[in-house]
Design a protein around this ligand. Structure first.
Ligand SMILES: [Zn+2]
Length: 330
């Protein structure tokens, strides 16, 4: 069985290699003024966020294949044959890390990829799973529900300071894979890091207008731990009670969440772009608070459509802050 698979994949890889070679004669994209000479580096990036980072650091010297498309839930992703082909022909694979891409190791093995995998999370201070550890009351109960005892929160990018570490890791990976372009990558990194600093200071300024006692967040799933820690918010609860998106609240937990929302004076529940808003809407109705959904839904796991302002990390994060601050200020 395994051997048969290998044959199929070998054929697929050969086809993909031919396709890539055929693309090699393409002229550079318009506006690729910083392009240095030589072939572009083929990079596979797993999530929309990481792919956006690679595009910013790599500029016109890389060709990025993004595996997970916008508004797709990354927690239960199943790779396609096309993903496998892309990985087989890539020079570099860049991942978010922290266990978000459970499918990646086996896919890399199936693809026969022997190149470098850049773990963009290297050096980021990770949060333990769940948000209740400081209170202590639910810690044991929650730990029992998670598969691994040492589960960490993978949503690291929601703190722009972590994003800076991620793009620095990416820059190192790109420079090692294509040393001739190292200067260009370093230059791009400097420019993008300034954008991340600006995002962080703008976020902080927006939050400074909201009293700390009003900074209460209920989201669709538990994706904003790093954001909450960075801007001193309080995590009241989530519709899906875990760091991934597979769990469901029991009837009792739903009732408890409604009661907590009422008791804490939480003003709104925020739906997420990559998850159905139905339960969030029901809870909001029961608790008598507004639900922020539709176009205003938060980008918890994903980015917006590629051509929209929210199609970039910077745009999506600015959207999140604006939507949350507006809802909590009103
Ligand atoms: Zn998530």
């Amino acid at each position: 069985m395994k051997y048969a698979h290998r044959l199929v994949w070998t054929a697929a890889i050969a086809a993909a290699t031919t396709a890539i070679a055929a693309c090699g004669s393409e002229t550079p994209e318009p506006g690729a003024s910083s392009a240095t000479s030589g072939p572009k580096l083929a990079v596979v990036a797993t999530t929309p966020e990481v792919a956006d980072f690679v595009r910013n650091v790599g500029g016109s010297d890389v060709v990025v294949t993004q595996i997970i498309k916008p508004n797709v839930d990354p927690h239960d992703y199943e790779p396609t044959p096309a993903d496998l082909q892309a990985i087989a022909t890539a020079k570099l694979v860049v991942k978010n890390g922290v266990g978000l891409e459970e499918w990646l190791d086996r896919t890399i093995e199936s693809a026969g990829f022997t190149g470098t995998v850049v773990d963009s999370s290297q050096g980021v201070t990770l949060r333990e799973g769940g948000h209740h550890e400081e209170e202590g009351e639910h810690a044991e109960e929650e730990a029992g529900e998670h598969a691994g005892e040492e589960e960490h929160d993978p949503h690291i990018w929601h703190d722009p300071r972590n994003a800076k570490i991620m793009v620095t890791n990416i820059q190192k990976g790109l420079a090692a894979a294509d040393p001739a372009k190292a200067d260009a990558f370093a230059k791009n990194l400097t420019a993008y890091t300034a954008d991340l600093d600006k995002l962080d200071s703008d976020n902080a300024a927006a939050w400074a207008k909201i009293p700390k006692t009003d900074r209460k967040l209920v989201t669709n799933h538990d994706a904003f731990g790093y954001y909450i820690a960075r801007y001193e918010l309080e995590f009241v609860g989530s519709v899906i009670p875990s760091l991934d998106t597979s769990a469901e609240l029991s009837a009792k937990q739903l009732t408890d969440l409604v009661a907590t929302i009422k008791a804490t004076g939480t003003k709104a529940i925020f739906a997420e772009s990559s998850l159905p808003p139905k339960t969030a809407e029901a809870i909001a109705q029961q608790a008598g608070v507004k639900v922020v959904a539709g176009e205003d839904a938060l980008f918890g796991d994903s980015l917006g459509a590629p051509d929209s302002p929210e199609g970039t990390y910077l745009g999506a994060e600015r959207h999140n802050t604006q939507v949350i601050v507006d809802a909590l200020a009103g």
